[in-house]
Design a protein around this ligand. Structure first.
Ligand code: HEC
Ligand code: HEC
Length: 395
């Protein structure tokens, strides 16, 4: 749309400022941030959360390249202002005197650089947390659970800082839009702004945008249909030779344990309770939750040796580490389902769900954890079965 003027030459014209790849970058990054934020609450969404994290790291890498070779307004050179310029522009905004910028203004530019750095920090600290706490990703096995706590704190801190800067950025967009009577958010969608003739214009660069989309969708397809599936198969023990190895070391197994402890219920893996609990359970085997296990001395010794060597004290898994941290030194619970960590992790499951036919007991871990037999309790292996006896609204 062109504002008409008799001469025509000095009229403001709708001009392409933001090329398609820049806009695609902007909105994908923004929605990834929202998605990642929304998937922090539950471990069941971790696979999505991690995908968005990798995607954001990829987007940052793209933006750095595009800042060097992209179209005019996407280049760093076009918005390379120092902090002093940012502050004086902010002062101008407060006095209502700030000049309109076709590209990024100095304050907005500073926010962009801070956001790029923060996204990098959030992504990398998340990558380290994943390797340590979840024993997943390229760093699995390279870091301990204790070391990963520092990265997790850093991950949360940088994510919160990022939220803060985003709020500032949004406030800036609103204020600027009012100040200069233009809808900046819409410009980031359409790519155009009213500009005097002769200012540099951008070209759409559809080819690059289509390449970005293809890479993102390809990565998403691979991640959700192949990598996660391979991980699940591996967790279920179905496919030993999965190409993608996301899980940590396989946990120790013992035939006597499976035999003696797997007949009435799941043979709970020893990493779910401390050795003092296993000692108490073995000592009380003649009155085990109403049954006499009738174990002979040699079997008892074998079982106890296996249990204590692989107990939660050895902190081989995220579960064992966190169960230990949730217990007081004097606690030796006889149930996994009575440890504070277990209770906290399952507090959102309703009574109706617990009582539904496929579950029935809290100790029926395998109903919801596909890898309960292996004892790994991976995030991607969780599901809550829809029980036939769960009441439905109407039928
Ligand atoms: C004769 C059947 C039987 C055998 C064999 C048996 N258990 Fe149990 N066990 C039970 C019952 C019943 C419960 C209570 C289950 C419930 O509350 O749903 C239980 C519960 C448990 C729990 C607590 C589960 C929770 O709620 O966190 C642990 C731990 C446990 N058993 C360990 C063992 C070990 C170790 C062995 C092998 C030495 C073993 N059990 C063998 C019957 C058995
Ligand atoms: C009704 C289904 C259900 C049953 C039965 C169940 N769980 Fe869970 N469990 C879940 C869900 C859902 C989560 C994810 C909680 C969340 O949103 O973070 C979870 C989380 C966990 C976690 C945390 C995993 C992580 O990576 O943070 C552990 C460990 C765990 N469960 C162990 C057990 C054990 C051991 C048993 C059996 C004694 C058990 N669960 C029984 C549904 C169940």
């Amino acid at each position: 749309m062109t504002k008409r003027s008799p001469q025509g030459s000095n009229a403001m014209q709708r001009t392409l400022i933001w090329d398609v790849p820049t806009r695609l970058f902007h909105w994908t990054l923004a929605s990834s941030f929202v998605g990642a934020w929304l998937t922090t609450g539950s471990d069941r969404w971790l696979a999505v959360h991690v995908f968005l994290g990798y995607l954001m790291l990829g987007l940052i890498a793209f933006r750095v390249v595009w800042g060097l070779v992209g179209t005019h307004y996407a280049r760093f050179a076009s918005f390379w202002y120092g902090p002093r310029a940012a502050l004086s522009y902010l002062r101008g905004v407060l006095h209502g005197t700030a000049a309109r910028h076709i590209g990024h203004n100095p304050t907005g530019s500073l926010a962009i650089y801070i956001l790029l750095l923060l996204t990098l920090a959030v992504g990398l600290s998340g990558f380290f947390t994943l390797g340590g706490e979840e024993q997943q990703g390229a760093l699995s096995g390279a870091m301990s659970l204790v070391q990963s706590r520092t990265f997790k704190k850093l991950h949360e801190l940088t994510a919160n800082l990022m939220l803060l800067v985003i709020v500032g950025h949004l406030a800036g967009v609103v204020v600027e839009s009012f100040l200069h009577h233009e809808n900046l958010a819409r410009s980031m969608l359409t790519g155009t702004k009213l500009a005097a003739p002769g200012v540099p214009t951008a070209s759409p660069r559809w080819g690059v945008a289509i390449l970005m989309l293809t890479l993102t969708l390809g990565f998403g397809g691979w991640w959700f249909f192949y990598a996660i599936d391979a991980k699940l198969d591996q967790a279920r023990g179905e496919s030993e030779g999965a190409h993608v190895k996301f899980i940590g070391a396989k946990l120790a197994d013992n035939a006597v344990w499976r035999d003696e402890c797997g007949s009435c219920h799941l043979a709970f893996h020893p990493n779910l309770l401390p050795s003092r609990s296993w000692n108490a359970i073995m000592a009380g085997q003649a009155q085990h939750f109403g049954s006499d296990l009738g174990l002979e001395a040699t079997a008892k010794a074998t079982l106890l040796a296996f249990a204590t060597a692989n107990s939660a004290d050895s902190q081989q898994t995220e579960a064992s580490y966190k169960i230990m941290r949730s217990l007081k030194p004097a606690d030796s619970p006889l149930r996994i389902t009575e440890t504070p960590y277990w209770i906290k992790k399952h507090r959102n499951i309703t009574l109706v769900q617990w009582q539904s036919a496929p579950i029935k007991s809290k100790a029926n871990c395998a109903a919801c954890h596909l890898d309960a037999e292996q004892g790994t309790f991976l995030d991607a292996a969780m599901q809550i079965p829809a029980g036939p006896s769960a009441p439905k609204a109407s039928q």
